[in-house]
Design a binder for this molecule. Structure first.
Ligand SMILES: [Zn+2]
Ligand SMILES: [Zn+2]
Length: 188
């Protein structure tokens, strides 16, 4: 069993074609692949009326209430909702680095999602954020070269980014973390 997984999608990410219909919150509860579980569906699909349904479903199983925020355009709205933490798409542009700062100003944990996939410059990220080693994406890039300069500077966190039941693991992220000699940060 994993210690923690805070990057998980479910059918509440309605517009994400990678999510299968079986990926319900109740299925995550049945599988229980981690001791600490947070659900982090895309904020784009959680606004307005849908939010209460999402919150009720996630809290029903005792999971942490997260969301994945797609860049600075969504930050002002996202911080108005009572999430426990944020997973953040920080594209390589000034306004998105500012968006990360704004999320941090809430005092809630901010996880910088699959930074290599978004060309995030980790030099521009506060050390108060958690830098993700993402099981879905890490293997696609030269993660040794990308992460090594930041060992001892940033805190790292492993995330499955599961969209399907068989993605509920950290096999590749854990391999990368072991090779880099970095620890998974348990934040709850
Ligand atoms: Zn993402
Ligand atoms: Zn995701």
């Amino acid at each position: 069993m994993l210690d923690q997984d805070l990057h998980i999608h479910t059918i509440f990410s309605t517009g994400d074609g990678a999510v299968v219909p079986q990926q319900t919150v109740s299925l995550i509860a049945e599988v229980r692949h981690a001791k600490i579980i947070g659900i982090s569906d895309h904020f784009d699909y959680l606004t307005g009326n849908r939010f209460e349904d999402y919150r009720n479903e996630v809290l029903k199983y005792g999971f942490l209430l997260g969301t994945e925020v797609d860049g600075s355009n969504w930050v002002d709205e996202a911080i108005e909702y009572p999430f426990d933490y944020f997973v953040y798409h920080c594209y390589n542009q000034t306004r998105d680095y500012q968006g990360a700062e704004k999320l941090l100003s809430t005092g809630k944990p901010v996880i910088i999602a699959h930074p290599q996939a978004l060309d995030t410059d980790l030099n521009k990220i506060s050390v108060n954020c958690y830098v993700e080693i993402n099981n879905r994406y890490v293997w696609r890039f030269d993660w040794r070269k990308y992460y090594r300069p930041f060992i001892g500077i940033h805190k790292f966190i492993l995330g499955s980014d599961a969209h399907q039941p068989n993605w509920l693991n950290h096999t590749l992220a854990q391999h990368a973390a072991n090779e880099l000699g970095v620890k998974n940060t348990i934040i709850f």
